[in-house]
Design a protein around this ligand. Structure first.
Ligand code: URA
Length: 258
């Protein structure tokens, strides 16, 4: 008889490039996954890859997918999660049907934050880039109400006490000052905590009026217009792999071109 090796559903989904294993578990719990036509919400469910038909939101899982890497200039007013209980617009919708693979965002930008968002189905890279031990540096352009003085800039550079602990030292540059109303700064951080930049400035008494991410590790947003996306170049993918401390090679992948 044929040897059948049953594996956990979320593991099979993650390997097929659906999302991280944890996110696959969330998809299962949300009732968005069927096995042989039946909705499955139990996390331990075993399936036989290549035999059981697994669908997510009605789309069948393929064989392990070609790896794709997309840079999006996220507009304000979009969530960077794949699913939003409030039904707000999703960044994934901006890719349209052009990206056949099921990609997901690496890290998050707030609903109101603009700028560089990386989307991929490469779980190894996503994991490597987001791992706290080697979280890559990100640059944000921040417009705030009021003008932070030298003592506040020093506080940002030394670390700010937030409710989840002090922030690591940030690199801060004043780019434009419009006293008394506003100032624009560049802030480089490498922690990626939830709403970190907004909370850092809130702790100093400055409301963030506009927030945009312009770099993620070696990636630069450049002149990609808001709401537009492009595939990464092979060189950019290689640079990201290096930044994440991973080796390229052996795996099917395609940086692709539009
Ligand atoms: N910091 C924030 O406050 N918001 C983001 O979206 C990203 C970083």
């Amino acid at each position: 008889a044929e040897q059948e090796v049953a594996e956990r559903l979320q593991k099979v989904m993650a390997r097929a490039g659906v999302a991280s294993r944890r996110h696959c578990e969330a998809l299962i719990l949300a009732g968005r996954v069927t096995v042989n036509g039946q909705v499955v919400t139990k996390l331990g469910t075993k399936v036989v890859p290549g035999k059981d038909v697994i669908e997510v939101d009605g789309r069948p899982l393929g064989t392990p997918e070609t790896k794709v890497y997309v840079m999006l200039n996220k507009p304000k007013g979009y969530v960077s999660t794949l699913y939003d209980p409030q039904g707000r617009p999703k960044v994934i919708d901006l890719l349209g049907d052009d990206v056949a693979q099921r990609v997901y965002p690496v890290g998050r930008l707030d609903f109101d934050t603009e700028g560089l968002l990386l989307l991929t189905n490469d779980g190894d890279l996503a994991h490597g880039l987001m791992h706290p031990s080697r979280m890559v540096k990100e640059t944000y352009i921040v417009k705030v109400r009021g003008v932070p003085g030298p003592a506040k800039l020093r506080a940002l550079q030394e670390g700010i006490e937030l409710e989840d602990g002090p922030t690591a030292p940030a690199e801060v540059k004043m780019l434009d000052v419009r006293p008394p109303n506003s100032a624009t700064l560049s802030v480089r951080i490498h922690e990626g905590r939830n709403r970190q930049v907004r909370r850092m400035f809130a702790a100093l008494g400055h409301e963030v009026i506009h927030l945009r991410r312009t770099t993620l590790g070696p990636l630069k947003l450049g002149d990609l217009p808001v709401g537009e996306w492009r595939y990464l170049t092979d060189q950019e993918v290689a640079d990201l792999y290096r930044a994440a401390g991973l080796r390229l090679g052996g795996r099917p992948r395609r940086a692709g071109r539009r």
